[in-house]
Design a protein around this ligand. Structure first.
Ligand code: 3PG
Length: 398
């Protein structure tokens, strides 16, 4: 069953509630470090403006405590950022008011949905409240489509019409394309520091891929099966799983050398070592030259590349080489390449390769859930309620 798109609906003069994922990294000085999610959310907003819709937009930001306003998680920065890009006034509302007053050339932004009590529990009353604010709900937050929350799930039950925004449609089209008929050889790269969430996806990827390259904390967990990895980041509780995966599939590419430091700091001294020479004070923070050579060779033969997670601590220049060279190799490859996950996108931005990857997904957890073959709750409920919408509504373009 396909999903109703914003393009299928008459939105002129209608009140639209757009749920985007504007959850971008913000540093301690309050600056947005990567604006990819904001930029990729723009097509839906611009389309709605061009059609003369009255726009309410909202998102979550971080993980605040429900019911407690905390300026660190306020969407203020995001609203200012959007104002500059769109050249439109964005009026940020702290409370969910009933009669929103739409002024010309103004968009209403509702504060971080996660300040609202009940958001994360998909509270029925809150979902109804959101729905009551609009004529049409537009789900555009692919990166939050795996969350069954009031603003990503419950609202769809109660809104007069719900549809998908342009970013969501684009994500689903591209991800379906790669997973329906991917061209072989398929090479997956899974790295990063969020180890446990990614172990679930390794089984699925090992089956799908011709080669599966591991980096970061994931690689360290594989290495820890039969090596001393000193003080390196790894996950003891995933050791058994790593062992089973390594025994079951013979397509895992695990580092043979690495760069180590002795503290987690950009100023620590660096040494390149073979894996069997790691000392108890060493921390693995990047892959070594011989591993890089092996990976380049594999990537150069690939027809499809799927990348989630950096191969080292790329934020520290001394340990960025592995991730950087691999990112450039992917960017210069003729393979269809797809990258997803917050850290991966940050690395792609840092190395200025945004336009060189075939497809960039805004999803982190949702991307991994999709790869695992799990159903995304927002997508399932959109499909369910779309057919009801189509039968009951005069607003659908027929
Ligand atoms: C993400 O960053 O992956 C999404 O914005 C979802 O955020 P969450 O993991 O806090 O739900």
């Amino acid at each position: 069953m396909s999903i109703l798109s914003i393009l299928d609906i008459n939105i002129t003069n209608k009140i639209l509630f757009i749920r985007s994922d504007l959850n971008v990294p913000i540093n301690s000085e309050g600056n947005i470090i990567s604006d990819i999610r904001i930029r990729l959310s723009l097509p839906t907003i611009k389309y709605a403006i061009s059609k003369g819709a009255k726009i309410i937009i909202t998102s979550h930001l971080g993980r605040p405590i429900e019911g407690v306003y905390n300026h660190i998680f306020s969407l203020k920065k995001i609203s200012q950022y959007l104002e500059n890009i769109l050249n439109y006034k964005i009026s940020l509302k702290k409370n969910l008011l009933n009669n929103l007053n739409f002024k010309k050339n103004e968009i209403i932004m509702l504060e971080n949905v996660r300040f609202n009590i009940g958001e994360k529990h998909n509270d029925k009353e809150l979902s109804k409240k959101y729905a009551s604010l609009c004529d049409i709900f537009v789900m555009d937050a692919f990166a939050t489509a795996h969350r069954k929350h009031s603003s990503t799930y419950g609202i769809i039950k109660y809104a007069n019409i719900s549809c998908a925004g342009l970013l969501l449609i684009n994500e689903l089209n591209n991800l379906n394309k790669i997973f329906k008929k991917p061209k072989h050889p398929i090479v997956s790269i899974v790295g990063g520091s969020k180890i446990s969430t990614k172990f679930n996806v390794l089984n699925k990827l090992a089956k799908l891929s011709d080669k599966i390259i591991v980096g970061g904390g994931i690689a360290n967990t594989f290495l820890a099966i039969d090596n001393n990895i000193g003080k390196s980041l790894y996950e003891p509780k995933s050791l058994n799983l790593a062992k089973k995966l390594k025994e079951k599939y013979n397509n895992f590419i695990i580092p043979i050398d690495c760069k180590v430091g002795i503290s987690f700091s950009k100023n620590t001294s660096v040494k390149t070592k073979k894996i069997n020479n790691i000392l108890s004070n060493d921390r693995i923070m990047d892959i070594g030259k011989n591993t890089i050579k092996i990976i380049i060779d594999i990537l150069n033969k690939a027809k499809t590349i799927l990348w989630n997670g950096p191969l080292g601590v790329f934020e520290f220049t001394k340990f960025s080489e592995g991730t950087k060279i691999i990112a450039y190799t992917i960017a210069n490859s003729n393979a269809f390449s797809i990258a997803g996950g917050g850290d991966t996108l940050a690395a792609i931005e840092l190395f200025n390769l945004f336009n060189k990857i075939s497809y960039i997904s805004t999803g982190g957890g949702s991307f991994l859930n999709f790869v695992e073959g799990k159903k995304l709750p927002s997508i399932s409920i959109l499909k369910k309620y779309n057919s009801i919408n189509i039968i009951n509504s005069d607003n659908i373009k027929k």
